[in-house]
Design a protein around this ligand. Sequence first.
Ligand code: SF4
Length: 286
Amino acid sequence: MPVYSHSRISAYQNCPLQYQYRYIDLIRRDVESVESFVGKLVHEVLEQLYADLPRARAAGAGHFRAQFLDLWRARISRSVRVVREGMTLEDYRSLGVRCVEEFYRHYHPFESGEVVGRELHVEFSLDTAGSYRMQGYIDRVDRVAPGVFEIHDYKTGILPRSGALRRERQLTLYEIALRQMWEGVLQVRLVWHYVAHDREFVEQRSLDDLQRVRMDTIHAIQDIEAAAVFPARVGPLCSWCEYQEICPAMAPRRAAAGAGVVVSEPLPEINPRTGQYLLFDTTPVR
Ligand code: SF4
């Protein structure tokens, strides 16, 4: 059985055909949504920020703004695709800069805890027999007191709906991983940074929560392992799917586009607090 990840399971739950293309047929497409592109760059800059905190404290927000812009210039290519009508690459470049600068100003001088992991690779099992293996990368882990840890996750997308984080699976799995891999983990806080909105959300899971997510995830993996066919599931995420040019379910849309019919996406929502466009959330695929 393969080693699963949160994104692998999410791909299947979003669209079984997308899962087949990505994880069974191993088809790689030379396209990437701009939301995913910006998300990766922001993650890379924040990872570098926490790599050397004394230097980061002294460097100022402008240093990390420049770092983001350097990465943007070095990596931007024709394969980066803007989906949302009315949005431009420049809008997303500005958004990435804002994410980095606001994060820096919000958390400077970065003294909330001892950073014990950055882009931390975790591999763990959901069952005692080791049949259901999982892996993931945690953006950051801080030790805030003896035995007390925080799992930090950077999101460049839209704010979560009310109550959605109670059911969030990814960081709960990471807590299971830390408790399994490290000795002396007494308490874990899960911290989501919605950097495009300068908002932070903190939650704690009970042992019952961990057990529920563990079992739900095992059942999700069992569903995938039992699947004999991987049907297309057309939905709002198709516009961000890297396989839409080869997906049979997208044939009508391709034909319409070929006939000059504009197939436009709904306009993005506006954040009433900031007046900024909300972005579609994309977790980097691993
Ligand atoms: S375009 Fe839509 S239906 Fe086709 S594989 Fe991608 S997500 Fe699935």
